[in-house]
Design a binder for this molecule. Structure first.
Ligand code: DP6
Length: 374
């Protein structure tokens, strides 16, 4: 499959205006994406749990405009106009225009809200870009009267398969990890020779056996530092270009994903924990060993990690952690251990969270359309 598969033929319908609403969740990577080539192509494959409660809801209104020379749109977060969001969306529109040739024909109003507070240190780019990509795909579906471009018959299983893959493809061009939020519960992005259907261009559902032990896995997000990130992911990814350990790291990510195939099959939670904790620490080790170097963990991040290790040692319960590009800690554990782990979190970890805040989440199944307005 190539980018060409996503360039549509001329649309059959002429539509004056309309609106669509989608909600789309965040996701948490188990094998991390850190390092990319041009055009948002990852340097290594990654795999993530799609989340459920942490999500963005976006309504996209569109109306035909006279002048078709430029993009025209307004963005609102919780009802407030957000002009500072516009450059990121302008860049996104520039990247995807060739795949959605209607973009300059309409004025768009993008109304968005997140279930998690904006200042929680939880990045909204994955949920936000995936929700917007789904809304834009709904516009394309309307303009093509639900009839897929001819390439669909050759390259995709069905129109829905085309819709989701193209939405993921577009979301990737907004923010890499966003391409893993369209579906659930376990999504691979980036070509891996042992994973059938995996692609650098979009996320796909993990195609092999996924043991019961990992179903409904829990993710309690401890909000250690709710401030804005000091180093953006894009800057961090770019620092992998001349990084002394880059090649070894990309190789390791491929190997870790390969090991997970067997682990997901057997349900070996201890082996799972070893890989995901090592991935989290390696991600931060890459940041600490780039030039310029930087540290996103906070003292409380380390306090929490040590408490988790002690608790695991004392109780034998399979509670583990992962990190994204920030100080917050994602505590991961099986559904059957919810009661004991939540008690542990309340008694021993909440003290390390900013204002005692944490968010309980669970593996989910991706984006959902909220109402059909057209
Ligand atoms: C550490 O997807 O935010 O969360 O493609 O530049 O938008 P851009 O980066 P982004 O990077 C996420 C990195 C990560 C790991 C991961 O989610 O795999």
């Amino acid at each position: 499959m190539t980018e060409q598969n996503f360039i549509p033929k001329a649309y059959s319908e002429s539509i004056e205006k309309g609106q669509f609403t989608w909600s789309s969740p965040s996701n948490i990577a188990l094998v991390k994406y850190w390092g990319k080539k041009d055009d948002q192509i990852p340097r290594n494959p990654s795999i993530s749990f799609t989340l459920d409660n942490c999500k963005t809801t976006t309504t996209l209104r569109f109306s035909k405009k006279e002048n078709q020379d430029n993009f025209s749109f307004d963005v609102f977060l919780d009802g407030d106009k957000k002009d500072d969001f516009k450059p990121k969306i302008e860049t996104f529109f520039n990247r995807i225009e060739v795949y959605l040739p209607f973009l300059k024909e309409y004025h768009f109003t993008i109304e968005t809200s997140n279930t998690f507070p904006h200042s929680s240190g939880i990045a909204s780019s994955a949920s936000g870009m995936s929700a917007l990509a789904m809304c834009l795909m709904s516009v394309e579906k309307l303009l093509s009267n639900g009839v897929a471009p001819s390439a669909v018959e050759e390259s995709f299983k069905s129109y829905d398969d085309y819709f989701n893959k193209k939405a993921s493809f577009l979301a990737r061009l907004g923010s890499g990890s966003a391409c893993r939020s369209i579906e659930g519960d376990l999504i691979v992005w980036g070509e891996h020779r042992e994973i059938k259907g995996s692609s650098d261009l979009f996320g796909t559902k993990y195609p092999y056996k996924f043991h019961e032990n990992f179903k409904n896995y829990q993710d309690t997000i401890l909000l250690v530092d709710k401030g804005e990130k000091r180093v953006s992911s894009t800057v961090g990814h770019n620092l992998m270009h001349n990084h002394p350990f880059a090649e070894q790291r990309f190789k390791q990510a491929n190997e870790n994903l390969y090991k997970l195939i067997e682990i997901f099959k057997s349900g070996d939670i201890n082996a799972f924990i070893e890989i995901i904790e090592s991935e989290a620490l390696t991600l931060h080790a890459m940041m600490m060993t780039s030039l310029p170097y930087f540290i996103l963990m906070k003292p409380n991040t380390l306090e929490i990690i040590n408490k988790i290790w002690l608790f695991r040692q004392h109780t034998g319960l399979p509670v583990s952690f992962t990190l994204d590009a920030g100080a917050n800690v994602h505590v991961l554990y099986p559904e059957k251990d919810v009661a004991s782990v939540l008690e542990f979190i309340k008694n021993e970890l909440v003290a390390y969270c900013e204002n005692g805040h944490y968010i309980c989440d669970i593996i989910g199944f991706g984006a959902k359309q909220l109402k059909i307005d057209n």
